[in-house]
Design a protein around this ligand. Sequence first.
Ligand code: G3H
Ligand code: 13P
Ligand code: ZN
Length: 311
Amino acid sequence: MLTTLKKVLADADRRTYAVGAFNTNNLEITQAIIGAAVEMRSPVIIQTSEGAVEYAGMNYLKAMVYEAAKAKVPVVFHLDHGKDLKVVKAAIDHGYTSVMYDGSALPDKENTANTRKVVAWAKKKGVSVEAEIGAIAGIEDFVSVEEKDAHLTNPERALAFVKATGCDALAIAVGTLHGAFKFKGETVLDYERIGAIKKLVKMPLVLHGASGISPELVERAKDRCSILGDCARLENAHGVSDEAIAKAVKRGINKINIDSDLRIAFTAAVRETLMNDKKAFDPRKILGPARALMTEVVKHKMALFGSAGKA
Ligand code: G3H
Ligand code: 13P
Ligand code: ZN
């Protein structure tokens, strides 16, 4: 059933687990996400970026997610990283049950003012709002403690921000970053910072850039890449380890965003199919295995995040 972010995260916060927020762009990804949620009896957040909206259109995305939400598990239809206020407003008007307004690149004052505006629009329609403060960037990129403190989320600034905006969930910067190249090797996250923010703001916290970039799937994608050409650059891919995710959840993370892991699973399966069956030209034979592999990835996340069995 379709529900709001506020509702699913309230339970996650109370019982110390996280709900996975998976990015979709098409039918196969959507079916993989909802299929896993049903199998795992897990609440789930299906989210679309502004890029997905541009690619597929809000009406198609809505039709797919609303169909998925007929399943007997809680489903949140969420806009990921809404930076353009026009897109955020359109999502609220189109039937998204939750939106992220991402003003993290703006000065605090502007981010706060825009987030307040979004909260006012959203409240009228019963839509939840996720907002962000801090710059999502890898800790390894900062050379000094001062530099790190200036970029990662500051607990006091976070408290002032949530009080001023009335948002329902807060995305924080604690060392993760988007994409497949997060760390040089081991995961480096600022767990103390997560705990300190949680202690002060006492609300659901969101971890972006949380893909694990499974070495096994990268290997499968890479083998094919090296034959087919252009993604040998996956060579230095490193994600957030499962152990780090479990620690982050214990310290108060309640929503975990995953996109890159689905992209890698999709690519690995499609490349394998095309390599193994040179005669394949039926899209269902090419995309079916990708859907199946993405389902397995999402199931693994739901078990890891502790949301399995909570629906
Ligand atoms: O956080 C970004 C997500 O991975 C979405 O990426 O803007 O390429 O759809 P995208
Ligand atoms: P990944 O690139 O780690 O999958 O992060 C996705 C994300 O944060 C979407 O908002
Ligand atoms: Zn993100």
